[in-house]
Design a protein around this ligand. Structure first.
Ligand SMILES: CC(C)(COP(=O)(O)OP(=O)(O)OC[C@H]1O[C@@H](n2cnc3c(N)ncnc32)[C@H](O)[C@@H]1OP(=O)(O)O)[C@@H](O)C(=O)NCCC(=O)NCCS
Length: 153
């Protein structure tokens, strides 16, 4: 059964071994980079705490995600910073599963009104996946990436 689990001292090394296809590398930072970044948080119109998690199929690591919270931000209080499924496990529903789990977490917190995400304009798989969960493109391009927002409440 699939699940998402926080990155810990016990699993970070198996998670940094996960890789996307060569032609997808431009779409997502390495898990090593993300786990390093998570130690310090992100600064973008205020401070964001970062939460890195592994995606597992039973005990097999298959992917990685990282989300961010800043409950003081006026426009969006959560964003999905990273999502990747290892090249050997793509197309089996793990990306969709991870999105569903993340949105469940966001739904339980009343402080989160809007969730934001951004992706390379040519990343059609990502665009379709996020649109299927209700994310709507705002028309903004930030750092070369299309921005989409999901209104939760
Ligand atoms: C985007 C990504 C996370 C999706 O994860 P996944 O486990 O492969 O996706 P799923 O199996 O859950 O499928 C989700 C949808 O994408 C479609 N899809 C998956 N891989 C695809 C591919 N290579 N080409 C076209 N569609 C694809 C599926 O058909 C499904 O759509 P459907 O519900 O209409 O059938 C994964 O492909 C990935 O890691 N890509 C590289 C990194 C990346 O782009 N991350 C996002 C950065 S914003």
């Amino acid at each position: 059964m699939a699940e998402i689990r926080p990155v810990t001292q016990h699993n970070w090394e198996e998670l940094i071994d996960l890789k996307v296809r060569e032609d997808q590398r431009k779409f997502v930072a390495s898990n090593l980079y993300s786990i390093a970044q998570a130690q310090f948080g992100d600064e973008f119109e205020g401070h964001w705490d970062l939460y890195p998690l592994g995606i597992y199929d039973a005990d097999v690591p298959v992917g990685f995600l990282m989300y961010a919270f800043n409950f003081e931000h006026p426009k969006h209080q959560a964003y999905i910073q990273r999502l990747m499924v290892d090249e050997n496990f793509q197309g089996k529903g793990f990306g969709k599963f991870a999105m569903k789990k993340m949105l469940e977490i966001f739904h339980t917190d009343e402080r989160i009104k809007n969730v934001s995400i951004s992706y390379e304009p040519e990343n059609d798989t990502a665009r379709k996946l996020y649109a299927s969960f209700g994310f709507v493109e705002t028309g903004e391009i930030v750092d070369g990436e299309s921005v989409a927002v999901l209104k939760l409440r």
